[in-house]
Write a protein that binds this ligand. Structure first.
Ligand code: TRP
Length: 460
């Protein structure tokens, strides 16, 4: 195989994979889902999903990628033949659709960063109204999300080490620093402890079917699982590295950022006397109000930092999303990386346009009749979430029945002398063979029923 590139070492891989994992999912979506699902109750189920389902799937994905050293399609194809290759293609397609809407939201974050730091967004009298108008302003949306896609493509076109790894080595540590600074600030606010309580003391009666569904899809999305991103990144990992411990570090890094963004946001929300159940606009409508109340200068600094943080987090994720189809075209079609990256970026930007105009500009896309009146962006995002849990479940079926668990174990023991015979091995084997396929299969079906018909209406 020609030189496809490699991560320089363990740290490079871990940072890049953690960068892929840490994104809008952690800082934008995790807090609002937690807010809607009872706070601590959601956190509890979320952690359970990570431990029981996500960590084993992550180990499996990286193992597949490193074993073959190819893109998502090539890896499944080589180990499982043509029909399993489809699972890889399915994942690549999911990645394209995720990036299409993700880039729209990233564009909002980018616009908010600019307008808070350099414009006068914080002087606006009505932040809810501002957000509503903002997502319906076609020219702002076009420019900011196009800008974001260009940043993404610039990084990915530089290749694995010089582009992806280098960008992550700068952005990931900065992200942690900004986050820690913001948490310290928010914990010092009056009434911050009410937010902490809501977030950390579980009310078990709050756990409903919806809590479990939301926690599961959020956990998969947040760890970038189920569509081959980690097969692709795994394919750039050298054989002397410990995959299992890397996966543990990545899972912990991602989960801690999600946890900490909750710890930053709920004290802010409660100290401002706002409600945590606002949903998707939580970060865009409530936080600016809070930044406004901090006064013109502090508000600008804290608010600007927050949205810069959001942009960094999003960028390391869009990079990984673009890398998946790019690696496929580079590996399978032998096309040059730069051309592939720019071509895909343009194509995916165009695929994202319907999501962009679905927030009110185009009434039909704003209230889909076949989707319980929800909007198109939500539709695409939900369908992608479902394909992740299905993809993860099928990957476990693939490892169990096609590739075989012993072969995975052999791959995992490279760079990890103590793996064979360890409790961790037994845990990973048991979950991949039994727990994950079963639970992911059942839950994916229930989520589909819920999304299209409403679970309460069907079973209630
Ligand atoms: N994990 C990222 C987030 O939380 C999003 C993301 C990046 C992703 N790459 C992915 C999701 C691959 C699923 C699959 O924001």
């Amino acid at each position: 195989m020609t030189n496809r590139g490699n991560f320089s070492g363990r740290l490079g891989f871990i940072l890049a994979a953690a960068g892929s994992a840490v994104g809008l999912g952690n800082i934008w979506r995790f807090p609002y889902l937690a807010g809607q699902n009872g706070g601590a109750a959601f956190l509890l189920i979320y952690l359970l999903c990570i431990f029981l389902l996500c960590f084993p799937v992550m180990v499996g994905e990286i193992a597949i990628g490193r074993k073959v050293g190819s893109d998502a399609y090539g890896s499944y194809y080589k180990l499982g033949g043509r029909s399993w290759g489809f699972l890889g293609l399915f994942g690549i397609l999911a990645g394209i659709f995720i990036l299409s809407f993700y880039n729209v939201v990233a564009g909002w974050a980018f616009g908010y960063f600019l307008e808070i730091s350099f414009g006068d967004l914080l002087n606006h009298p009505d932040f809810g109204g501002f957000f509503g108008a903002y997502v319906n302003d076609i020219s702002d949306n076009l420019w900011f999300s196009l800008g974001f896609m260009v940043f993404t493509a610039l990084i990915v076109s530089q290749g694995v080490q010089k582009g992806i790894e280098a960008a992550n080595k700068i952005m990931m540590p900065s992200l942690y620093l900004i986050l820690i600074g913001l948490i310290i600030y928010s914990l010092t606010l009056p009434n911050a402890m009410a937010g902490v309580k809501f977030y950390l003391i579980p009310e078990l009666s709050e756990i409903k079917a919806q809590t479990v569904f939301d926690a599961l899809r959020q956990a998969f999305f947040s760890l970038s699982l189920g569509m081959g991103a980690l097969i692709t990144y795994g394919s750039y990992v050298k054989k002397d590295q410990n995959v299992v411990s890397s996966a543990a570090v990545i899972s912990i890094a991602d989960t801690s950022v999600a946890f900490f963004s909750g710890l930053m946001i709920f004290p802010l929300v409660f100290s401002a006397g706002q409600s945590p159940t606002e949903g998707p606009p939580l970060v865009f409508m409530i936080l600016p109000q809070i930044f406004h109340d901090m006064g013109p200068i502090i508000g600008r600094v804290v608010g600007g930092s927050f949205f810069l943080l959001l942009c960094f987090a999003a960028l390391t994720s869009t990079v990984s999303l673009l890398e998946v189809p790019a690696a496929y075209l580079v590996d399978q079609k032998k096309l040059p990386r730069k051309g592939v990256v720019w071509g895909l970026a343009l194509l995916i930007f165009i695929i994202g346009l319907p999501s962009m105009v679905s927030q009110g500009m185009v009434p039909f896309l704003n209230k889909l009749p076949f989707y319980q009146g929800r909007d198109f962006l939500t539709f695409v995002s939900d369908m992608c979430d479902i394909s992740l849990t299905i993809g993860g479940g099928l990957m476990c079926v693939f490892i169990t029945y096609k590739w075989k668990i012993e072969n995975m174990n052999e791959e995992l023991s490279l760079g990890n002398d103590t793996y064979m015979g360890s409790i961790l091995q037994k845990y990973i084997n048991f979950t991949i063979q039994y727990v994950c396929p079963l639970l992911l299969g059942i839950l994916s079906i229930l989520v589909i029923i819920d999304k299209f018909f409403g679970i309460d209406k069907v079973f209630g």
